[in-house]
Every structure is written in structure tokens, then in C-alpha cells.
Write a protein that binds this ligand. Structure first.
Ligand code: GTP
Ligand code: MN
Ligand code: MN
Length: 452
């Protein structure tokens, strides 16, 4: 039926966390357009004000949960969170096939330059605006050659600029799983019971991501302390670390009743973590031989597409089986990694001692067998694990709505550390994601349904 979406629109719940939002849906032409205007708002609006960007994002989220394509503006009557501006864009696309505003954005060279600069690790909207509007820079080369930019004070930015070619390349799902295994293997030498889970977009079923988010824990409360320091030390001595910043845990019990700090990037938590860039053999992506014949073609295809923004969802590469890729394949991966890691054996001592930009550029442009990838390592104690898993699985929008829902509908404070009942003044424990949803009186949503 032509207007099948019309019936659906009326049934869409107010909160994103009450809906099932898949990664791929029927209205991508509309949500892509809304994402473009959202992005413009994020780049141009002044710091701390992301209300406009949020409005476009929320409108897109409502469309993402429809299972039928929208064919007329009447179809979205009753659909929540569609503001006037978003409605106008949707209407124009439905009537004319395009939006003048989106076309204008696509042709806005100044904006596109800012967008490109924002893809640099360490660059946010204000830096991007300054580089384009004040310093009149247009390319990464301009940035590298600009005498007023030598971010000695901010190592992260220097690495971000120098290794932009590597870091702008998205990480593939298989690579993410291998990175998890590498980290897990190092952790196992410290404590056999440590757990490592891939979270973020990959856990939600994405085939590519801008980084790898690994949540580390231990079944015995307290045994997770000190692990991250030792892990980083081990990874570093194997030459697997390019740059990173360690953040100590700043958690205390009283934080459970307080909201975490809201930033445009999401809500900050108080876990001990390492945010950085790791080095991996370039051939981490090559298909392991033998014993994996049935999956081989699939994996090969994925590698071919590696780095491209969008690919078809590949159902044969188990999306639901998040962390396990089969023990046969596993062995091959480990072997192929060990082989390549000895052949390229990067030494930590070969890294420039300072974060001098020109030194780093030299390193980035040198003949090397490794590629740089963004990795987040987060440590959560067992008692907070279920909440941490929800928080680090995302999406950011899903988390935002969960927290808003908990606060407004249940008078509870939800963070990545726990849930606090404001009326009874006590925290509520949960030992699984299912339990978290249950306590929140919400239907359980698989990670794949949290793509809002
Ligand atoms: P891609 O990496 O682009 O695939 O998307 P992603 O959804 O994985 O995003 P990202 O890696 O930025 O974040 C993963 C999840 O962790 C999101 O749900 C964020 O809300 C959450 N997250 C990221 N950084 C922080 C942080 O500092 N604190 C907390 N609490 N959560 C964070
Ligand atoms: Mn991520
Ligand atoms: Mn991340």
C-alpha cells in the first residue's frame, strides 16, 4: 500500500528507547538529508548549543524506526519529534526529489572544508571554523605547512593531523574483532578471567566504525583495578601503541545520584580509560588461509570494501554473534597476526620523543607496515558492568533518550555507572542489560535495535 507509513507514524512512541531502530531502514534519502543539516548546525552553531543539531537528529530518529517508506507528508502526521524545519525539508524532498537547503550545504565549500577538518582526531567545530575562516586553510597540507599551527601542547592534535590518512579510513568489523583478540590475549597474560567486549557501533551491527570501543571487566569485583596500566605497558612494549591518554577513574558513590556531564559527543562517565591510537599490521585485513573456506569470500568482500563509507549489510558475517568469529578462524587470525607482528616489529623507541608535528608527519609518510587506528579502552567493575555495557553500546541518541526517560518517567538517574532511585534514595543493581531494561519498565532492545 502506498500510504502504509501513515498508520505506523501514529504508533511511534515518544522516546527513542521505546522503539526498535535498525541500522538500515526505508527512508534513508530523508534521514541523509536531515543528517546533512544536523551536521551543518553542529559545525556552525556556537559552542555548547547543539539544540538545533539535536532537533534534526531527533526527527531523523523518528523516520528511522518506520518500516515503510514515507511517500507523502501526510504519512508522517502524528510522528513525534518532527519540527517545522525538518518537516519542510522532508516535504520538499517528497515533492521535488531534493532539498534546496541540502543542495546549498553540499555546495558550501567553506562548510565542506570545516567538515573535512573535523574528521581530524582532536579537531572540533571551533578549531575547524578558525582554520577555515581566520587562517584560510583548505587542505591537510595547508595545516601541516601553517607556521602558526604546531600543536606541541596538544599531542593528540599533532597525531591527528599527521595520521589523518590512516585515521579517516574506517575500521572494518573483522579488524575490530582482531583488535579485541589482541587486547584480550595481552590481558589474559595478566589475569585469565578478564573479559573484553567490543561495544559502540560494532555491537549495534555496524560493519565499519571510526574507532574500536573495548569494554574490559573482571567477574570478581575489584580485580579489574590496575589492569589497564599493565595492559598499556604490555601493548607499548610490543610496539602497538602510537599515542594515548590515560584517564584515571573519578567515580565515587555519590555520583550515582547526579547526572553525568552532557557534551555534544555524549555523556561523559567516570571510568578509568585509555583513549588513543594503536598500531596494527596493515595485513591484519588479509584473509586467513585454509579451514575457513565457507566464510572466506564473505570476509574477502568485506576487506575489499574496507574504508568505504557504506556497504550492504552482510548477513552471513554474524551480526548477532558479536564477539566470536569461530575458533578455527580465530586461530588463523592469531597466526596471521603473530607472523606479521614479528615481521614488522615496530619498536616504541622509534617514535618521536616529542609530538613535534613535522617529526610525526615524517613518521606517517615513511615506509611502514602498520596502520594507525583509534581505540578506546574502558575499564568497568563487575557491579557496574551492565550499565556500562548499555552506555558504551549507544547509540548516543539511544542513551540520551534512556536517561531522559528514566528521569522524567521514573524519577531515576541513569548513567553508565548505575541507576539511582531518587524517591527511595538508593541505587538499583543490575547484572545484565535485560535486567536494566526490566527495571526501567522498557521492552528489551537488542543492540541492533538501538541505532537511533
Ligand atoms: P563509530 O565509532 O563511529 O562507529 O560510532 P559509535 O557509536 O561507536 O560512537 P563512539 O565510539 O563515539 O561511542 C560509542 C559509545 O560510547 C556511544 O554510545 C557513546 O555515547 C559512548 N561514549 C563515548 N565516549 C564516551 C565517554 O567519554 N563517556 C561515556 N559515558 N560514553 C561515551
Ligand atoms: Mn565507536
Ligand atoms: Mn569511541
Amino acid at each position: 500500500e502506498l500510504h502504509a507509513a501513515k498508520e505506523e507514524s501514529k504508533l511511534v512512541s515518544k522516546y527513542e528507547c521505546q522503539r526498535s531502530t535498525p541500522l538500515h531502514h526505508q527512508n534513508e534519502n530523508l534521514t541523509d538529508a536531515l543528517s546533512a543539516v544536523e551536521e551543518e548546525a553542529e559545525i556552525l552553531d556556537r559552542k555548547e548549543d547543539y539544540s538545533r543539531a539535536l532537533a534534526f537528529c531527533k526527527a531523523a530518529c523518528s523516520l528511522k524506526c518506520l518500516t515503510k517508506p514515507v511517500s507523502s507528508i501526510q504519512d508522517i502526521k502524528g510522528l513525534p519529534n518532527i519540527g517545522d524545519h525538518s518537516r519542510d525539508i522532508i516535504k520538499e524532498i517528497l515533492e521535488n526529489g531534493f532539498s534546496r537547503e541540502v543542495e546549498r550545504i553540499k555546495n558550501d565549500h567553506s562548510l565542506q572544508k570545516k567538515k573535512m577538518f573535523m574528521s581530524i582526531y582532536g579537531v572540533g567545530p571551533s578549531t575547524a571554523r578558525k582554520w577555515v575562516d581566520v587562517l584560510q586553510l583548505a587542505t591537510i597540507e595547508d595545516v601541516i605547512n601553517c607556521p602558526s599551527i604546531n600543536p606541541r601542547k596538544e599531542a593528540r592534535l599533532a597525531y591527528g593531523i599527521a595520521f589523518h590518512e590512516d585515521l579517516k579510513q574506517q575500521v572494518g568489523r573483522t579488524t575490530a574483532m582482531r583488535i579485541r583478540d589482541i587486547v584480550h590475549n595481552e590481558l589474559k597474560t595478566l589475569d585469565g578471567e578478564v573479559t573484553v567486549e567490543v561495544t559502540g557501533g560494532f555491537r549495534r551491527g555496524k560493519q565499519f566504525g571510526h574507532d574500536v570501543d573495548l569494554l574490559i571487566s573482571h567477574p570478581v569485583e575489584g580485580r579489574e583495578t590496575g589492569l589497564l596500566q599493565k595492559l598499556i605497558h604490555r601493548l607499548n612494549s610490543k610496539g602497538l601503541i602510537l599515542h594515548g591518554v590515560m584517564e584515571e577513574s573519578t567515580f565515587s558513590e555519590e555520583m550515582l545520584s547526579k547526572s553525568s556531564k552532557l557534551t555534544p559527543k555524549g555523556q561523559l562517565d567516570h571510568f578509568e580509560k585509555w583513549i588513543g591510537i594503536m598500531k596494527f599490521p596493515k595485513n591484519l585485513e588479509t584473509t586467513p588461509q585454509d579451514s575457513v573456506r565457507d566464510r572466506k569470500e564473505t570476509i574477502k568482500d568485506e576487506f575489499k570494501e574496507e574504508g568505504k563509507k557504506r556497504i550492504k549489510l552482510d548477513h552471513s558475517l554474524t551480526v548477532t554473534d558479536h564477539n566470536h568469529i569461530g575458533s578455527g578462524l580465530q586461530e588463523q587470525i592469531n597466526k596471521s597476526f603473530q607472523k606479521s607482528s614479528t615481521s614488522y616489529s615496530p619498536s616504541p623507541a622509534s617514535l618521536p620523543s616529542s609530538s613535534d608535528l613535522s617529526e610525526l608527519v615524517k613518521l606517517a609518510q615513511s615506509e611502514r607496515e602498520w596502520r594507525a587506528s583509534r581505540v578506546d579502552l574502558i575499564i568497568a567493575p563487575a557491579s557496574q558492568y551492565a550499565y556500562a555495557l548499555v552506555g558504551w553500546t549507544g547509540s548516543k541518541m539511544f542513551n540520551r533518550s534512556l536517561r531522559l526517560y528514566a528521569q522524567r518517567e521514573l524519577d531515576m538517574k541513569l548513567t553508565s555507572h548505575g541507576l539511582f532511585d531518587m524517591k527511595q534514595r538508593k541505587p538499583i543493581q543490575a547484572s545484565s542489560e535485560q535486567e536494566v531494561f526490566e527495571i526501567l519498565k522498557l521492552q528489551y532492545r537488542n543492540p541492533e535495535e538501538r541505532n537511533c
